[in-house]
Ligand binder design. Structure first.
Ligand code: DQA
Length: 140
């Protein structure tokens, strides 16, 4: 059994409504239905967690980080600020793939630095929601 979880950080609950010209018009709930249909079977589970609170994201990383096989993390703006999230990733066993929907390198300079990247297995940036799909494929 392969256990994969997608963890989204602040403001990503607004997908579909938030700056659709940057983040697209799909809600994450609809996208999860598509992803589960594509990948979940008797051997693969795919969960989703979203929080706007840094501490809750840390708790979730600690909860899943010793048992799950893969974490797909879009930490939103906390990517650019949170040493605590970087420390959590360094401290757990489960590999983390960092995903960003937009190409952060095409955007403001403050989005170019990530505290997550140095502790991530890999980074997928700028392919919209497809990035999450590519990350699941990596873990499979
Ligand atoms: C984001 C990029 C971040 O800079 C931004 O703060 C987000 C979303 C992305 O998926 O493109 O909230 O992580």
């Amino acid at each position: 059994m392969l256990r994969i979880i997608i963890i989204n950080g602040p403001n990503l609950n607004l997908l579909g409504r938030r700056e659709p010209e940057i983040y697209g018009e799909d809600t994450f709930d609809d996208f999860m239905i598509h992803l589960k249909g594509k990948f979940v079977d008797d051997d693969v589970t795919l969960e989703y967690y979203q929080s706007n609170h840094e501490g809750h994201l840390l708790d979730k990383l600690h909860d899943v980080g010793f048992d799950y096989d893969g974490i797909i993390l879009n930490a939103g703006a906390l990517t650019h600020t949170s040493i605590a999230i970087a420390d959590a990733i360094a401290g757990i066993k489960t590999p983390v793939v960092e995903v960003h929907i937009s190409n952060v390198h095409k955007r403001e300079a403050f989005r170019h630095h990530s505290y997550v990247s140095p502790v991530a297995e890999g980074v997928i940036v700028g392919f919209g929601l497809r990035g999450y799909e590519l990350a699941v494929q990596y873990f499979l």
